[in-house]
Design a protein around this ligand. Structure first.
Ligand code: DSN
Length: 422
């Protein structure tokens, strides 16, 4: 059953309780390999489920539009101070509801509609809010997009430099959602300086790796940093905007009252707990293990003939072009899910297929690392993935069922916060 148990939900609304318990069980049984997902601790779960959800707190500590902030003000200060200490930034705003609002706050703080913004194109590994055409950021701003080199799968800095010189963006985003390699914040900063552009590092995917010392930090290179709190950082669904002192006021005004109303105080509490956990020495072990697992998995997949974008990984994420395996990303992801392996289909750079039926598969190791799996398990994970994809090509459902059973048998030995036998 779900941990902490949900007896009151079960009594008042058994339909919802059944779904919560079933999801907890599903998370226990499956090899969860979506690189933006994780398992939070029981402490984070408890804080996120607390009575803090009852309270409105529009404004900032000491400057609220509602009374009764005796506990919320110190809580929000604590969360912000922990973020500042952990990341080494002057200022942290912990109120953004999630990553997209955090990035929108950057636009509101520094740009007028129609101004030029630059970011990595979504199919190249960027994010919708980095100026992709279907997003408000691509519709209401003049967006210039960069990508990766076809031969290396890595950021094309020649293209970035040329575009910056020609288009003079006011804001440049680096970072994204499907980048398997280290982000060179220093080079981005040098290029941004040529145009007096504000460099924004969106570290949503790698925040936990940065804190744990398993990825270089953007501090000193990017004056503005956005991140979600629920990926490698292993906190609740939420986000933060961090910056130098110079940009603090503009960003705060953009988050509230520019974009949002009352902060989600239960989330703020859970972020504070997650930041406390991330400050412990064992978090560094976890961060390095994520990368160790991803590298071991990438090597095992390569040995089995999988075509990895950029030839491997430096971080938590692996992007596979399945073309050489004779299957598209979507049917592969669906078959893998039936085999107990949860992934997401994804475009690959220069993908000739459509985003809803792309050539690639995006996988990662944060959740399975939290679960306790290590390098020694990665050849088996690669073997299951290979077998499941071969089974999908032959419509071999019994093979997928067999793999799902083997996956669940392995995971039974690795406890998770959030589910325990009844
Ligand atoms: N949805 C997130 C991810 O999966 O990477 C990005 O917004």
């Amino acid at each position: 059953m779900h941990q902490p148990p949900v007896p009151h939900v079960a009594q008042i609304d058994p339909q919802v309780a059944d779904l919560i318990n079933a999801e907890a069980r599903r998370q226990f049984d499956k090899l969860r390999m979506i690189p933006s997902e994780n398992y939070v601790s029981l402490a984070v779960l408890e804080a996120a489920g607390s009575v803090l959800t009852n309270k409105y707190s529009e404004g900032y500590p000491g400057r609220r539009y509602y009374e009764g902030q005796q506990c919320i003000d110190p809580l929000e200060r604590l969360a912000a101070e922990r973020a500042q200490a952990l990341f080494g930034v002057d200022h942290a705003n912990v109120q953004p509801y999630s990553g997209s609002p955090a990035n929108l706050a950057v636009y509101l703080a520094f740009l007028q509609p129609g101004d030029t913004v630059m970011g990595m194109a979504l199919p190249m590994g960027g994010h919708l809010t980095h100026g992709w055409a279907v997003s408000a950021t691509g519709k209401w701003f003049r967006s210039v997009q960069y990508g990766v080199r076809a031969d290396t799968g890595r950021v094309d800095f020649d293209q970035v430099r040329d575009l910056v010189r020609k288009e003079r963006p006011k804001v440049i985003f680096c970072g994204g959602t499907a980048i398997p390699r280290t982000i060179d914040f220093e080079v981005f900063a040098q290029i941004a300086a040529e145009a007096d552009a504000i460099l924004v590092a969106d570290i949503a995917h790698i925040a936990g790796l940065i804190v744990g010392g398993a990825h270089p930090s953007p501090i000193g290179h990017a004056p503005v940093i956005t991140t979600t709190t629920h990926k490698t950082l292993r906190g609740p669904r939420g986000a933060m905007v961090m910056s130098t002192a110079e940009h603090a006021s503009a960003l705060d005004k953009a988050v509230f009252p520019g974009l949002q109303g009352g902060p989600h105080n239960h989330t703020t509490a859970a972020i504070a707990v997650a930041l406390h956990e991330a400050a412990q020495p064992e978090f560094s072990t976890y961060a390095h293990q994520i990368v160790g697992n991803a590298k071991a998995l990438a090597a095992a997949l390569t040995e089995r003939g999988f075509d990895l974008i950029s030839g491997g990984t430096d971080n938590h994420l692996i992007l596979i072009d399945l073309t050489s395996k004779g299957i598209a990303g979507k049917p592969a992801a669906k078959a893998l899910d039936r085999a107990g392996i949860e992934t997401n289909y994804n475009t690959v750079p220069f993908d000739p297929r459509k985003p809803f039926d792309p050539s690639g598969l995006r996988i990662g190791t944060p959740a399975l690392t939290t679960r306790g799996l290590s390098q020694m398990h990665m050849p088996q994970v690669a073997a299951w993935m290979d077998e499941a994809i071969s089974a999908a090509l032959k419509d071999d459902e019994p093979a997928l069922e067999r793999i799902a059973g083997e996956v669940s048998d392995l995971l039974a030995a690795f406890p998770m916060a959030g589910w325990a036998p009844a």
